[in-house]
Design a protein around this ligand. Structure first.
Ligand SMILES: N[C@@H](CCC(=O)N[C@@H](CS)C(=O)NCC(=O)O)C(=O)O
Length: 227
């Protein structure tokens, strides 16, 4: 699997790649991750596009985290499912859209400066140009104080907070792809920044701790570019 890496190749911070790392662990499938940088488009040209994650499984190449989850469920039906049934699919899909359309913005506002510092120097001009075009402003204008980002994120998380008071995981009693979609956004920030945007007493904090502990602490052990 081609996996987005920072200046330090051990630092992996793509929210979409984290969905797949967790999904593979959920299924008990081993993976070799290949560090990839934003500008290394040639290295994944075999997938016919320019974004990671790209998963190669034998002769099959799949890109896009959602397509990868569907591929894994279809290909390994004897393993624990990532997305189960029509209702499970709706929950996972709502969660992925919510993660990328609602949560990503306040999260990025809080950590974009740290993110920029953590990425490979060769990626920085590309990152700045592409993201400033997307955001419609300089990265420095997009960044806000940690307290302000935490407040915005706190409002955006209110439905998840309410849900996590009722059940331990977004998916219910056990985590599944819906949780991994949400968790990816948190691993994006954790990989590059020491800023804490979630209060310790927030049920979302406890959920994040549970997620960090899954699969023998896979996510917790992942190196961070902080300090
Ligand atoms: N819809 C895709 C999105 C993948 C994506 O945006 N990946 C980012 C890394 S987080 C990327 O490869 N960016 C490369 C670029 O911006 O050129 C998925 O779910 O996998």
């Amino acid at each position: 699997m081609h996996d987005l890496a920072g200046a330090d190749p051990a630092v992996r911070f793509s929210p979409y790649c984290w969905r797949v790392r967790m999904a593979l662990a959920h299924m008990g499938l081993d993976v070799e991750t290949i560090p990839w940088r934003f500008t290394e488009k040639d290295a994944i040209a075999f997938s016919g596009q320019g974004l990671v994650p790209v998963l190669r499984d034998g002769d099959t190449v799949v890109h896009d985290s959602w397509a990868i989850a569907e591929y894994l469920d279809k290909t390994y039906p004897d393993r624990p499912a990532l997305i189960e049934g029509e209702q499970g699919r709706a929950l996972a899909s709502l969660t992925r859209h919510y993660a990328q359309n609602v949560l990503a913005t306040p999260m990025l506002k809080g950590v974009v400066g740290d993110l920029f510092k953590a990425i490979a120097p060769g990626d920085q001009p590309y990152f700045r140009e592409s993201r400033e075009k997307r955001l419609g402003m300089k990265l420095e204008q997009f960044q806000i104080a940690p307290e302000a980002a935490a407040a915005q994120l706190g409002v955006a998380l209110s439905p998840v907070r309410a849900l996590l008071k009722e059940q331990p995981f977004v998916n219910g009693r056990r985590p599944a792809f819906a949780d991994y979609c949400l968790f990816g956004v948190f691993m994006w920030a954790r990989g590059v920044s020491a800023v804490e945007l979630i209060a310790a007493e927030d049920p979302v904090h406890a959920w994040r701790e549970r997620m960090l502990d899954l699969f023998d602490g896979l996510a917790r052990k992942s190196p961070r570019a902080v300090g």
